[in-house]
Design a protein around this ligand. Structure first.
Ligand code: 2GW
Ligand code: MN
Length: 295
């Protein structure tokens, strides 16, 4: 092929520049130091990602745990809102892990969308409910998800979708910036600080929120197996990391950098109040009823 002449070069360079201008932000960090994109509103073309994944016939699994009172309090709104906003262009299967399958609400699903309920045991301690998710997800990827879905996203149930949460969020391994800490100094991150714990960290890149993580099934299998192993090592020593599974997740992402990072727009808390850099709300924390739920 002929090399471009100077004007043609300039023209194509300009087109490139203007297309870059269209999808960029200068008020936030849009790339990690290891080269992973940080997905802020305005830095990507949603249509591009959707077309790519529709063409690839990408299928997505969503896991969510709703055990005990959390089932009646949160699951219905979570699912109804996910139908409106979560990967609406793609086939999605919800995998709902609960101790009371018969109480799972009936939610009308769009075409290409499915729901499966899996019974799990309740745990005496809420910390164990939260931490055991890692083991359950790892096993379920092995037994089921790897055969049916390329990607998997794992969610807390105490949240509600309010805006697009689309295929731009898909990647090998995906972490979420915690809304409370994205502007904090690394020394204020609530990593586990006990040298005895497998989750122990002195420093790190970001503070990731365990309310959402995801990736390819291989990626999430590695994440969940690592976290479960750390949790078990701690249990043998009769200790527990400061923020349970979240501490181990932070350790994983410190040792194995995520290939994509989601901005706090993907899991915002209105408690924080207005922030100029938060251009959209995609998911909001639901009200915490700790008084009734943590007794
Ligand atoms: C959790 C705490 C206290 C009492 C009950 C529960 C509980 C949690 C429960 O009774 N039933 C249940 O299904 N869960 C599941 O565990 C549910 O999916 C819930 O969203 C998840 C985590 O618990 P949650 O949302 O109350 O904890 P957060 O919002 O403070 O979560 C952060 O820290 C946790 C570790 O302490 C996890 O890492 C979580 O991923 C983080 O977002
Ligand atoms: Mn939560």
């Amino acid at each position: 092929k002929c090399p471009l002449n100077y004007n043609e070069k300039l023209k194509s360079q300009n087109e490139l520049d203007s297309s870059l201008d269209l999808w960029s932000r200068v008020d936030v960090q849009t790339c990690t130091k290891w080269g992973a994109p940080i997905m802020w509103e305005g830095t990507f073309d949603p249509g591009d990602f959707d077309r790519h994944h529709i063409q690839k016939r990408t299928s997505v699994a969503l896991t969510v745990f709703a055990i005990g009172r959390y089932l009646e309090v949160y699951l219905k709104e979570f699912l109804k809102s996910a139908e409106q906003y979560f990967m609406v262009e793609l086939p999605v299967t919800y995998y709902i892990f609960t101790d009371i399958p018969e109480f799972v609400p009936k939610v009308k699903l769009m075409k290409q969308r499915h729901m499966k309920v899996i019974q799990v045991k309740n745990q005496k301690r809420w910390q164990d409910i939260s931490m055991l998710r890692m083991k359950t997800i790892a096993d379920f990827i092995e037994s089921h998800i790897q055969h049916w879905h390329q990607y998997i996203f794992c969610f807390d149930v105490d949240q509600v979708f309010v805006g697009r949460f689309g295929s731009e969020a898909l990647g090998e391994t995906v972490g979420l910036l915690h809304a409370f800490y994205y502007r904090s100094h690394v020394k204020d991150y609530t990593y586990d600080r006990n040298p005895e714990s497998a989750a122990y960290m002195v420093t790190g890149d970001f503070y990731y929120h365990a309310a959402i993580f995801g990736g390819t099934w291989q990626g999430v299998k590695n994440i969940t197996e690592f976290c479960h192993q750390g949790i078990m090592k701690d249990k043998e020593k009769n200790i527990e990391a400061l923020w349970h599974d979240e501490s181990h997740l932070n350790k994983y992402f410190w040792l194995h950098k995520p290939s994509k990072v989601l901005s706090p727009e993907y899991c915002w808390s209105t408690i924080i109040g207005f922030r100029f850099d938060i251009r959209v709300h995609r998911l909001l924390w639901a009200t915490k009823f700790y008084d009734i739920l943590r007794t």
